[in-house]
Ligand binder design. Structure first.
Ligand code: AG3
Length: 271
């Protein structure tokens, strides 16, 4: 009997393994390697360069927290959003549920979109909505050149190694600041404070040059390194919750909105 496992390596000495019933796809693109597995416990799993991007079972945590937090921390109800990365369509889908009027999603790797259309059609359904404009291009270039302005900017990227590295630096965030409306919010995923301290450090440093208000928050994402995951947001105005009509997601609720900025000391030191 041969058992098949997919593992994400956290270090030379530690990995998280999923027993899988099938490998549905493995493709090398111009940017990265993409794999899709059928797991036993988490449904389908999308991996990029050996790192878990999402599973059917727990993607709701990540997508709730990367969309609803900026939505309710924007000074006014946001209408226009930019997503950089997010080729699976999950973030765009949550923003549609929140009533955004216009969403531009800039994904660098068209093959991520193709793979997800085939294997994660519930997530990519957002790309069929006329309010969502999908652009396959480099988000760094887009942020540098666009004349549009946004109420929410979501950086839904891979870890800060390889293609996504420059999405964590000061030059990128100075362009983000230029295209973000006053009162708007930018947010990025910033890694596991425990296993990837560099992510949260870089995000804070990258944003602080261009934004007076920067704060990291955390969520429980079982399939990411350590399960304890950070996001970092920045604003030109105070980081203050719009408390009227805060609607629940599957993970997000009013208590989470208020409490998820509470960081343990070791993580606070990285910000
Ligand atoms: N993108 C961020 C995933 C980072 C995970 N890192 C890791 N497993 N080492 C998620 C894509 C979902 N839209």
């Amino acid at each position: 009997l041969i058992e098949n496992w997919f593992s994400e390596r956290y270090s030379d000495n530690l990995q998280l393994s999923f027993r899988v019933s099938d490998q549905l796809l493995s493709v090398k693109t111009d940017f990265q390697r993409i794999d899709v597995f059928e797991t036993y416990d988490f449904g389908k799993l999308l991996s990029i360069d050996g790192t878990v991007q999402l599973t059917e079972k727990d993607e709701f945590v990540y997508h709730d927290m990367i969309t609803r937090m900026p939505f309710y921390y924007a000074d006014k109800i946001p209408e226009k959003a930019l997503i950089i990365g997010g080729g699976d369509g999950g973030a765009a889908g949550e923003l549609l549920k929140l009533g955004l009027k216009s969403i531009i999603n800039v994904e660098i790797d068209g093959q991520v979109v193709e793979v997800c259309r085939k294997h994660f059609p519930k997530l990519t359904a957002s790309f069929n909505d006329p309010k969502v404009k999908l652009i396959v291009d480099d988000g760094i270039k887009y942020a540098r050149n666009t004349k549009e302005k946004f109420d929410i900017i979501i950086v839904d990227s891979t870890d800060p190694v390889g293609p996504a590295e420059d999405l964590f630096n000061e030059e990128f965030y100075s362009n983000v600041s230029r295209i973000l409306n006053d009162g708007g919010v930018v947010v990025t995923q910033s890694g596991s404070p425990f296993y990837q301290p560099r992510g949260i450090e870089l995000a804070n440093k990258g944003m602080r040059k261009s934004f007076p208000h920067v704060a990291s928050y955390v969520a429980f994402i079982p399939t990411y390194p350590s399960g304890f995951w950070s996001f970092t947001m920045a604003k030109k105005s105070q980081i203050k919750l719009r408390t009227e009509n805060v609607e629940k997601g599957e993970y997000f609720n009013l208590e989470i909105a208020k409490s998820s900025f509470a960081l343990p000391e070791f993580a606070k030191k990285l910000t």
